[in-house]
Structure formats: C-alpha cells, structure tokens
Design a protein around this ligand. Structure first.
Ligand code: NAD
Length: 477
C-alpha cells in the first residue's frame, strides 16, 4: 500500500480511502494509493509553508545546491528500485524506464549546480540612485504532474523550484504515483528538511482541483492536457496565482528532398514510438517534400512493420498504453480515420505473448492525411504517425503551423540557409535541425507556443519562472 508523503512522514488519506494502481502490461491492480482530499492537501501546504519560511527557506543557495546534488547521487544509487516501480506503474519498456531514472538524476544534478548562480541585476538609473533586482522564491509551489513521464517531469519542475528556494507540494497523476513517493522518501533520507517535498496522491478533479484553488499555493506548474490546463488556469486566476502550463503537441517533422534520409529515418520512427506515442513532444506528423514522398513512405513502412509491442518487462520497441481509456481513445481516432478513407500504410505487431488484458496498440503509419482531419489536428497520444506531402518551403511552413499546437518541430535538410529560415518561421518552442530530441535535454528550455502552453521549463530559464522579481531603488545622493 503506497502512502502520501507529507512533512517527511508516510501517511494515508485522512478519510482512509484508496485508489487501485494498475499494471498496464496486464491490466491488473497490484497496489493502492491514497484518495486524498482537501484536508490532506492542507496538511501538505502547511508543511511546505513551514519549510519555506524556516528550515529550507533559511538555507543558503549553496547549501540547497549541495542537498540537491546529494539527492541526484541517491537517485542513481536507488536506480534499480526506481525504474522497476516506474516500469510496472506506467508500462515502460526497461530501456525507457532506465532512461527516465538517468534523466531524473541529471535534473537534480543540473539544478544543484544552478542554485547559487541565480543572480539579480544592477540597473543604471538616475544620478544618485542605485537600483538592483532580487530573484525571490514564490514560497510554496504546486506541481500537477501527468502519468507519461512522472520522474522526468518531477525532476524538471521540482528540481528547479527547490533550487530557487521554494518548498513543493506535488500532486502526481492518479495513474503514476509510485516512483515519486519513493523519490520524496529518498530526499528525506539524504537530509531534506520536513516539508520541502510533499506528495499528495488522489484524483485530478478532487485533490488536483483543491490544489489549483488553494490560497496557500503561490505558483502552479502544470503539465498535462490542454483541457485540464485551462481548468487549472481558470481556478488559479481567481486568486491571481501564476501558472506555468506545459500542454500537448502535434509536432511536425519536416523532411526536404535534400535531407540525409538514412540519418532521419530512425529519428522519424523513434519520435512517434517512444513511450508508445504518449509523449507531449512526439513527432506525430511527418511532412515530406513531394519528390521523396513515395520512397520515404516505403522506408517508413518497412521500419514500422518491424516494430514489436508487448509487456514492459520484455523491453520491446513499445510497451502498453497507460490504461484502457487511452487505448479506446487511440482506437476512436483510428476508426475515424478509416471512415474518412485515410490510407493505412503499415502497422507494427503486438507479440503473441502480450496478455489480452493489457492495453496494447500496434504503431500505425497513415498517409495522405487531410490537414483538417482531427487525426492531423489533435493529439492522439498513441503511436500513430500521420504523413502529409508538401510542395515547397511555403507549403511546409503552412502545414507545420496549421494546428493549434506549437511545442516542437524537426527540420531535415542539408541547406543551411533553409534550416534557419524554417527555424524562424515554424511556430514551436523547440526546433531541432537534422535531429529530434523528443523534448530535448535537461539544459534546453522547453515549452509551447499557442495551445501547447506558456512559460518555460528545463534549463536555466525554468528558474526564472520559479522566482518573482523584486526591484529595489536606493536614493543615496
Ligand atoms: P491530464 O491533464 O488528464 O492530467 C494531468 C494531471 O492533472 C494529473 O495529475 C491529473 O490528476 C490532474 N488533473 C486532472 N483533472 C484535473 C482537474 N480538474 N483539476 C486539477 N488537476 C486535474 O493529462 P494526462 O492524461 O495525465 O497526461 C497527458 C497529457 O499531458 C497530454 O496532453 C500531454 O501532451 C501532456 N503532457 C505535456 C507535457 C509538456 O511538457 N508539454 C509533458 C507531458 C505530458
């Protein structure tokens, strides 16, 4: 039975209610988490406030950095346990689950080093004045986290927030709490003071909404769907609480005829199959210059047909989707595409060993997808790649920017001037040229244009969002 972690103590919800934890590879329950309510959240906010104003808040930036670094080292030391938890909870193939632990440790390493390098400025002003700015922590930050990369998203948002001097209240997805509870315990073991990191499990529309409305939360970092992002921003707006929104995407990979196709091919495939397509920055649209449309589609088809899907522990190309409703969502998109006559080029294979009760979906390549069809516009959040041909650079830009999203774009061309022209014209928070990072590295600021959200996480830039700026003007004559 997994428990909340509040003020460095494991505790159940005050109500004693629990929720089942499913293993997506088998569709079976294997654990429970607390179904927390407002009273549990109150306790977490109180613990965080106390840490922010006393223990944690009183540490120097260098001391915070040292503790963050200790946590990074301890995450690596406990890596086996963490990836195994994440694998069972989220259905991640072993390679992905292990990569997520590496990324988590790296986030804490990066933000450990940043803690004492977050400086204000001095500003030239009138004669007889000195003006300076201070970057102050918000106080208590709330973190609402999705199920697709719990450890990575925890690392990037909680790591940066702690480095900036805040204390954190984390509401993981009800589908993926286990690894985060353990990370918070490890933080306590390495010396984080009570209340610096608190984990409150429960349902989104219950304790998640309570967090968005809570007057003791001074900033909210939300990663999740555009729909819930809107709800959270509306609730937070009632009390003018700042919100960072990291939402979905329909990211294009744009392949010009002069591209190195041997180099591009594995990136085009991996960007849509990673984590079974349940990645905000999945490259879910491939825009191909017309003269290479047929040959590249043929190569993609061969690659798709070789892909294997099965239980997470088999460590195949893809594991299961997170839950049955997600599987149904993907089926609904594919059935709409079929009704619209969108041709399916190729599919991978769900292996015979995959249990019927697991939530499997073969990766699917569609071609000639009309730009306005919902499968080319909306986030499927499954392993479905839509191919569309384009005529020239202008056409490629129009197609790339033709959705409400703007998270990531990939551009494949050997023409240096075109690389820069395209990077300028594509509306996306990250643009990869002749590579595709599916979210990019820890060091690289990440976030959306348009409905993909606002604010930036990752890299040094994230630290600014987790602070508020105070300007001090001194008249000394
Ligand atoms: P979701 O929006 O359903 O849930 C995200 C979190 O919000 C969960 O913790 C959930 O419990 C909580 N929540 C749900 N309803 C709520 C409510 N009414 N009030 C407060 N909290 C509520 O998203 P998901 O299905 O967990 O994750 C998939 C989505 O996340 C996709 O759209 C994906 O693109 C997006 N995502 C974005 C990024 C990014 O960095 N841009 C990264 C990962 C995932």
């Amino acid at each position: 039975m997994a428990l909340n972690f509040i003020a460095n103590q494991s505790c159940n919800a005050a109500s004693g209610q629990t929720l089942a934890v499913l293993d997506p590879s088998y569709g079976e329950a294997f654990d429970t988490i607390p179904r927390s309510a407002a009273t549990d959240l109150d306790a977490a906010v109180q613990a965080a406030r106390s840490a922010a104003t006393s223990t944690w808040g009183k540490l120097t930036a260098a001391e915070r950095g040292r503790l963050l670094h200790k946590l990074s080292v301890a995450i690596t030391a406990n890596g086996e346990e963490l990836w195994a938890l994440e694998q069972r909870d989220c259905g991640k193939p072993t390679a992905q689950a292990k990569a997520d632990v590496v990324a988590l440790a790296r986030y804490f390493e990066f933000y450990a080093g940043s803690a004492d390098k977050l400086h204000g400025q001095t500003i030239p002003y009138l004669d007889g004045y000195s003006v300076l700015t201070w970057r102050e922590p918000h106080g208590v930050t709330g973190h609402v986290i999705p199920w697709n990369y719990p450890m990575q998203i925890f690392g990037r948002s909680v790591g940066a927030s702690l480095a900036a001097g805040n204390a954190c209240v984390v509401k993981p997805s009800e589908d993926a709490c286990l690894s985060l509870i353990r990370v918070a315990q490890i933080a306590a073991e390495v010396g984080f003071p009570a209340g610096a990191i608190n984990i409150v499990c429960g349902l989104g529309h219950e304790v998640g909404a309570d967090l968005a409305k809570h007057p003791g939360i001074d900033h909210i970092s939300f990663t999740g769907s555009p729909h819930v992002g809107t709800l959270i921003a509306q609730m937070a707006a009632e009390r003018h609480c700042p919100v960072t929104l990291e939402l979905g995407g329909k990211s294009p990979q744009i392949v010009f005829a002069d591209a190195d196709l041997d180099a591009a091919l594995p990136f085009l495939v991996n960007a849509i199959i990673q984590n079974s397509g349940q990645t905000c920055s999945a490259g879910s649209r491939v825009l191909i210059e017309r003269s290479i449309y047929e040959p590249l589609l043929a190569r993609l088809a061969t690659a798709f047909e070789r892909l294997r899907v099965g239980p997470a522990a088999m460590n195949l190309d893809l594991g299961p989707l997170i839950r049955q409703t997600q599987q149904q969502r993907v089926w609904d998109f594919l059935s709409d595409a079929q009704v619209a006559g969108i041709p399916m080029v190729a599919q991978g294979v769900v292996v015979d060993d995959a249990p019927e009760s697991g939530f499997y979906q073969a990766p699917t390549l569609l071609r000639d997808v009309p730009v306005n069809h919902r499968i080319a516009q909306e986030e499927v959040f499954g392993p479905v790649l839509c191919a569309l041909p384009f005529a020239d650079e202008d056409d490629a830009v129009t197609l790339a920017n033709a959705t409400k999203f703007g998270l990531v774009a990939g551009i494949w061309t050997r023409d240096g001037a075109r690389q820069l022209r395209m990077a300028k014209r594509v509306q996306a928070g990250q643009v990869f040229i002749n590579n595709y990072g599916a979210g990019g590295g820890v060091e690289l600021p990440f976030g959306g244009y348009k409905s993909s959200g606002h604010g930036r996480e990752k890299g040094f830039e994230a630290l600014y969002g987790f602070t508020t700026l105070k300007t001090v003007a001194i008249r000394h004559g």
